[in-house]
Design a protein around this ligand. Structure first.
Ligand code: ADP
Ligand code: ADP
Ligand code: ZN
Ligand code: ZN
Length: 751
């Protein structure tokens, strides 16, 4: 009867309240609701998890016995489920050999093209691979980069060898490696390096290895004298173990990565580079922006390679349509942002001809300007029209708009959520009176009371990446929002260039929070120590009993409540610990209580539940600050490694609220937030500004742009077609700026 629907019944994962739901197949369904309402619990932890499990059931028992045991999600049944693919913003990462070209397979097509029609004729397409010994540059092994020693950082030229001129362990006075230099007889050990002659400096730094008679009895009769640079390269750069690892922090200080002097960063050897198509070699093609490469390939009229050319054109057009035309095939995947990674994953899927799949997207709007969103919307419609079911977890009104069906979850977060509060069309949602409905129906306005700047931060001659020699002034003491399409240069300007001018800039980002599976909000904020002491006092036992690395912790999961299985070919697999059933501690420890709750139960409480439970001022102050930045729905014991970048960023914002008065930068703080949560976030940002701070926010979210005192808009487009300042001023004037796509969208938004 419901065979054109996925039918979920009795879903109870995490906070879901035993819900039943019908999801139309071959349509686009958007899951909405405040953060923590249960959208991911339904879409990922129930639907995607069950699909994964069923897929594994289809393997032979031989394979299955070698795979981890997939627990069944807490749900009675799911009918009509097809194979599900998750497309999220988890960064692609990857090593230095993984590039946009290799991961999308477009580079293989390019190799094929060169092997067919390149001149002089080169043979097989494998020759063009920088990951293959026959194609790679032998100097850098196909990495395009080599590590080199920055002498300015290694030497203190105002000192002599005896005074410790060599700034590296084992070469300092008393260090064993220095003796060979001191006893060589080549140098005046008390002469400052800055007074060395060119020959002396050459000898100290670059000597390749000459035999010296040894005046010191500790030496062998003859020994090899080697300059500092080859010495350091041999022991610290070329090897992959031992001292290289031990001193990695110190090495990082004076080792710089630079383009390989031999292949100039192209990764390929001379022979391969001499092979050309229409005057360009394969490295030059990989370095072009995708839109330029597309034009170039379209101009290649080679009947013998017509199929390869048309497939290349096809794939490159996908990249353009998804707004990634500013990337190049040679860009390393490890430097891509989460949003870019997500869109690359989409391109990989579009190449596939499979149908009747379920695609589940996790906030595809992240990193995207309203102008880019229309492109990604087209792609999601394309996936649907190919006969797939598209499920999207999203807050952005521009994406919610394309839904054929909406499932709104709530009403609140955590235990206050987990229900379906509305399902149906978008018009119905607006009239429904749910929190999401009310926000969608409400008409936004610009902030009336704009703050006046209290001075300016100025940046000049900014040329990094695509920036076009910019002069930028950022007002102090107010909130500035930096806008522009993805790839226009926002992060380059603010994260890359600004700190060169103002090194004291504080980045409220995910860095500095150790997001390991052993840390959680309770340990990070320090309330766990207070809670352990309360337990100890109440029960007359030692506080250390409640620590994760004590005898009191479950011996199997070591206090994590879950066990992890690492798999080479999939994401790490997590299962509830079979010993303690997720309670983290031994049975004995779980008998100790604080106001009727054991320590395992307390770690399961969300921040808002904990705010109701605790009475201790010290704990309440910290919890309240977390709650102020919208972290209400996360449980105290949830590992920081499971939190999104946006959530970690807000946790850091909460800890900054104690200080104020500095220059702060936030990169897309709206990530993961419902319109209602954003309102709260804006309140906190204003509080920070009122503490005499300068706040600079990189954002696409129009509600946040409406709240800006000042806007700096970059563009007009991405990559080389961006990198200029289109507008700098108050939001009201942005609306009338004809060149600005942001202005255009803002005008439409506030109408
Ligand atoms: P949404 O996707 O709507 O933001 P979630 O489904 O992620 O909401 O969260 C629903 C509830 O489940 C929240 O109370 C949240 O704190 C909790 N939760 C989510 N992930 C985890 C996890 N890994 N461990 C424990 N609790 C979790
Ligand atoms: P935005 O923040 O506006 O999305 P970015 O500042 O990230 O834009 O990017 C601006 C330009 O700089 C783009 O062409 C991008 O490809 C390039 N770029 C960004 N990071 C790097 C990097 N690590 N290496 C090379 N190019 C980069
Ligand atoms: Zn090289
Ligand atoms: Zn356990």
């Amino acid at each position: 009867m419901h065979d054109n629907h996925i039918h979920v019944s009795g879903a109870r994962e995490r906070n879901l309240k035993d819900i039943d739901v019908l999801i139309p197949k071959k349509e686009i369904t958007v899951f909405t609701g405040v953060s923590g309402s249960g959208k991911s619990s339904l879409a990922f932890d129930t639907i995607a998890a069950e699909s994964q499990r069923e897929l594994n059931e289809t393997y032979t028992s031989f394979i299955r016995h070698r795979m981890p045991h997939y627990g069944k999600p807490d749900v009675d049944t799911i009918e009509n489920l097809s194979v599900a693919f998750i497309i999220n913003q988890k960064r692609l990462g990857g090593n230095a050999r993984s590039t946009v070209g290799t991961i999308t397979d477009i580079y293989s097509l390019l190799r094929l093209l060169f092997s067919r029609i390149g001149k002089p004729f080169a043979g097989y397409s494998d020759v063009f691979s920088f990951n293959n010994p026959i194609g790679m540059c032998s100097c850098c092994q196909g990495l395009g980069k080599i590590e080199a020693v920055d002498i300015e950082q290694l030497l203190d030229k105002n000192k002599s060898l005896n005074e410790g001129a060599i700034l590296f362990p084992t070469f300092e006075p008393g260090g064993w490696r220095l003796t060979r230099y001191i006893h060589s007889g080549f140098f005046d050990n008390d002469k400052k390096i800055k007074d060395y002659s060119a020959e002396e400096l050459e000898l100290l730094l670059y000597t390749d290895g000459i035999k010296v008679k040894t005046p010191s009895p500790e030496w062998h009769k003859t020994a090899l004298f080697e300059g500092l640079i080859p010495r350091i390269e041999r022991s610290f750069l070329k090897k992959e173990d031992g001292e290289k690892v031990k001193y990695s922090k110190e090495i990082e200080r004076f080792v710089i990565k630079q383009d390989c002097p031999h292949c100039h960063g192209t990764r390929l050897n001379d022979k391969v580079l001499s092979c050309k198509v229409n005057g360009k070699n394969i490295a030059e093609c990989s370095d072009m922006q995708i839109n330029e490469l597309l034009d170039f390939i379209q101009s290649v009229g080679a009947p013998v390679a017509a199929t390869v050319v048309s497939e290349l054109v096809n794939r490159l057009k996908h990249m353009v349509s998804i707004g990634l035309d500013y990337l190049s095939l040679s860009r390393e995947t490890s430097t891509l942002s989460g949003g870019e990674s997500q869109r690359i994953k989409m391109v990989c899927q579009l190449g596939s001809s499979l149908t009747d799949l379920t695609y589940i997207f996790d906030e595809p709007s992240i990193g995207l300007h309203p102008h880019d969103i229309s492109k990604i919307n087209d792609l999601m419609k394309l996936l649907r029209d190919k006969g797939n079911t598209v499920l999207i977890v999203e807050h952005d009104p521009d994406i919610i708009k394309i839904a054929d069906h909406i499932i709104d979850m709530g009403p609140g977060a955590g235990t206050h959520g987990g229900e379906i509060v509305y399902q149906g069309s978008i018009q119905g949602l607006k009239a429904s009176g749910t929190l999401t409905g009310r926000y969608l129906a409400y008409s936004p306005e610009l902030k009336p009371d704009i703050r006046a700047p209290r001075g300016w931060l100025s940046i000049h001659n900014a040329t990094m990446h695509n920036l076009k020699n910019l002069f930028v002034e950022i007002p102090k003491g107010v909130m500035t929002v930096v806008t522009g399409v993805a790839g226009s240069g926002k992060s380059t300007l603010i994260n890359g260039v600004l700190p060169r001018f103002y090194p004291d800039t504080i980045f409220i980002d995910q860095k500095g929070i150790q997001a390991s599976k052993r840390s959680n909000i309770a340990t990070f904020t320090g309330i766990f120590d207070i809670i352990r002491k309360l337990f100890a006092k109440r029960n007359g036992v030692s506080a250390s009993l409640f620590s994760f690395n004590s005898q009191g912790a479950c011996p199997v999961c070591k206090g994590l409540g879950v066990t992890y299985t690492d798999l080479a070919f999939m994401d790490t697999f997590v299962t509830i610990c079979e010993e303690c059933h997720g309670n983290r501690y031994t049975k004995e420890v779980l008998t100790y209580q604080l106001r009727g709750k054991n320590i395992g139960e307390i770690l399961k409480m969300t921040v808002s539940e904990a705010l109701e439970f605790f009475q201790e001022r010290e704990i309440l102050t910290i919890l309240q600050r977390l709650s102020d930045v919208g972290i209400t729905y996360i449980s105290l014991g949830q590992p920081l490694s499971t939190l999104s970048g946006g959530e970690l960023q807000r946790i850091k914002l909460a800890s900054e609220l104690e200080n104020g008065g500095q220059v702060y930068v936030m990169d897309e703080p709206s990530t993961g937030l419902h319109m209602a949560d954003i309102k709260q976030l804006i309140g906190v940002m204003n509080r920070l500004v009122e503490q005499n701070s300068t706040l600079i926010v990189i954002e696409h979210n129009l509600d946040i742009i409406c709240q800006a005192d000042w806007v700096i808009d970059l563009g007009p487009y991405a990559g080389q077609n961006g990198g200029k300042i289109l507008f700098s001023g108050v939001p009201e004037d942005l609306i009338n700026c004809k060149d600005s796509l942001t202005g255009k969208h803002l005008k439409k938004y506030i109408k």
